[in-house]
Design a protein around this ligand. Structure first.
Ligand SMILES: Cc1cc2nc3c(=O)[nH]c(=O)nc-3n(C[C@H](O)[C@H](O)[C@H](O)COP(=O)(O)O)c2cc1C
Length: 407
């Protein structure tokens, strides 16, 4: 396990104690008022004891008017500062890094839980029978764009002050930053749309604003799509161009993923047999990225076998291995890699047999969220948990939030 257990020094001097990262998973486990719950904080205590080098939290929203899920944590001011400090302290004594992932959902915001939806352009999501769960977004004005950029910086700064050891910008999976990057969702004709450089302006300004607010030495990472895997979307070539620009700016860690709500490649890969066989969905991309930039690289999506992770590191394609779903079923995952007790971390795909929902992860994602909630409540993960329960849980959380919103 030489490579997996070896420390990694980021360009700014921060040290990850090994090469294993828990990738961001929206826990949907904040309080009704979007503070971190005690259970959420406890889940991070459990994960920290498992000894990965880095824990990236589920997405923390920059604006309470724009939620991805009903129980997202939102950080826009100091009102929950004590709880944020407690969350940051969940890793105390372990040497594990904890970075919040910072996000704005843009048009991927359920109508039931948001009063208004904004995006780069007024282009709705195309999700077949469930498109109506999302509003046609309002195109952001110049002032509103700068307000959101500022919010990313403010959220990162407050979280830094609370004790988080770095942060990650969520620029992947079809959320707002990713919407700006994609010509399918961004048809603006001003300085924020058109060329790749213009579409990348939003993420670059977010990076600069965070840097301005957190200082030169603080680690800032980003999660970005290798591609959207949609016709007319964000291409591999454009993605390469954007990571090059981010590398030039001095970003500390780039995590590669892919897909959107419309095309959820982040949890399925490109579905080619060859991709499934070799596990890591976006390996081909990262090999090319490695040649293009010097910035440290983290790859997430599909890793299950220790030998595959070890091999990817040994070949030098990446610096840190990211895993998400396996952490929900094996909270002690890094320790189990190092003591050799597990070779393959199986992560099932629960379904309910309704194609529309199964296809987009409408059962799978809440099923894994429920596993996180079990961990936070001091219970063991439960592989035999029924998919239908997870589906009901997700509908229930939307319904209750919608009820509160409309009162
Ligand atoms: C329940 C759940 C919630 C997720 N939430 C997020 C999120 O908030 N931010 C993010 O970047 N990715 C999110 N993802 C995607 C994962 O970080 C990861 O990219 C994907 O699951 C592939 O990795 P895996 O094969 O190791 O699970 C989520 C995945 C799951 C299963």
């Amino acid at each position: 396990m030489k490579n997996m257990s070896s420390p990694f020094t980021l360009p700014n001097g921060s040290i990850l104690k090994n090469r294993i990262a828990k990738s961001a998973m929206s826990e949907n486990f904040g309080t009704r008022n979007h503070a971190p719950s005690k259970g959420l904080i406890n889940a991070y205590r459990v994960w920290a004891k498992g000894n990965p080098g880095l824990l990236i939290t589920g997405n923390v929203m920059v604006d309470s008017r724009a939620l991805g899920e009903a129980r997202n944590v939102v950080v826009e001011d100091y009102k929950d500062f004590d709880l944020l400090k407690e969350w940051a302290r969940s890793v105390d004594g372990t040497g594990v890094h904890i970075w919040p992932q910072i996000n704005h959902p843009g048009r991927q915001a359920f109508a039931a839980i948001n009063r208004q939806t904004v995006a780069p352009s007024a282009i709705p999501l195309k999700m077949g029978g469930i498109s109506k769960m999302f509003r046609v977004p309002i195109a952001l004005t110049e002032d509103a764009i700068w307000d959101i950029i500022k919010r990313f910086g403010t959220t990162a700064r407050i979280l830094k002050e609370a004790g988080f050891t770095g942060c990650q910008i969520h620029a992947a999976h079809g959320y707002l930053v990713s919407q700006f990057l994609s010509p399918r969702s961004n048809v603006r004709t001003d300085q924020w749309g058109g060329s790749t450089a213009n579409r990348a302006r939003f993420v670059l300004e977010i990076y600069r604003e965070i840097r301005r607010q957190v200082g030169a030495d603080y680690p800032i990472g980003i999660k970005i799509n290798s591609a959207d895997f949609q016709r007319g979307g964000f291409t591999e070539e454009a993605s390469m161009e954007v990571i090059r620009l981010l590398g030039d700016e001095g970003i500390d860690l780039i995590e590669i993923s892919g897909g959107t709500y419309e095309q959820p490649a982040m949890i399925k890969g490109d579905r080619k047999k060859s991709t499934i066989a070799r596990e890591a969905y976006f390996l081909d991309y990262i090999k090319k990225a490695r040649k293009l930039i010097k910035t440290p690289l983290l790859l997430t999506g599909g890793f299950r076998s220790v030998s595959v992770m070890e091999n990817a590191l040994e070949e030098g394609h990446l610096d840190v291995v990211g895993l998400a779903r396996p952490f929900c079923l094996y909270p002690n995952l890094a320790n189990q890699i190092f003591d050799g007790s597990v070779e393959k971390f199986e992560a099932p795909v629960p379904k309910i047999g309704i194609k529309l929902f199964d296809k987009i992860g409408g059962v799978e994602l809440p099923w894994y969220e429920l596993q996180i909630q079990r961990i936070g409540k001091g219970k063991s993960p439960k592989v035999e948990l029924l998919g239908i329960l997870a589906f009901i849980f997700s509908l229930k959380s939307l319904f209750f939030k919608s009820f509160r919103k409309n009162r």
